[in-house]
Design a protein around this ligand. Structure first.
Ligand code: HEM
Length: 139
């Protein structure tokens, strides 16, 4: 798995990465998949913190996530949430909305986006709901 360019952390700094993930979570909370995320404000703030810990760590920064949460094993951690292909697209769109407002070298931006794109595929653990097929025997 190709990790994002470490330059991202050098350019934005820890605070910049934390702001990025906070903004992403704030958009998720207003999105169609908001039901997946914590309703309680304190839990929601903690979720933002866990997520930014992870991103700082994989960009070569301090291993906050390992310290606070243990091994990432993200696919496993996401199993308790029903993530279908549509949820993934919404999740990515919320990220895009945040990223378009950030000044970043194109190469650095692309490496981050590729990472999100590929890793998010691994979080998909269910299929989109299909309309129920109704077979009427008697007209
Ligand atoms: C594909 C769409 C995705 C959906 C719908 C989704 C949803 C969620 C939900 C509902 C949680 C639990 C609430 C929370 O603690 O934040 C969570 C946690 C988390 N997600 Fe995702 N996620 C997705 C993809 C990703 C991807 C691609 C990454 C990393 C690149 C990621 C990283 C994390 C991390 C680090 C946590 C915290 C885990 C923990 O501390 O136990 N997620 N995600």
């Amino acid at each position: 798995m190709q990790l994002p360019d470490k330059e991202m952390l050098n350019i934005l700094g820890e605070q910049g990465i934390r702001k990025l993930t906070n903004d992403h979570y704030n958009l998720l909370r207003k999105s169609k998949i908001n039901y997946l995320f914590p309703i309680d404000d304190k839990e929601f703030e903690q979720a933002k913190l866990n997520s930014s810990d992870f991103f700082i760590q994989i960009m070569g920064g301090h291993p906050y996530f390992n310290e606070n949460r243990g091994k990432p094993m993200l696919a496993q951690r996401h199993l308790k949430f029903k993530i279908n292909p549509s949820a993934r697209i919404i999740w990515l769109e919320c990220y895009r909305e945040v990223l378009v407002n950030i000044e970043l070298d194109e190469k650095v931006m692309e490496s981050f986006w590729n990472y999100l794109n590929v890793l998010s595929m691994r979080m998909v653990n269910s299929e989109d709901d299909k309309p129920e097929f109704i077979f009427k025997l008697n007209k």
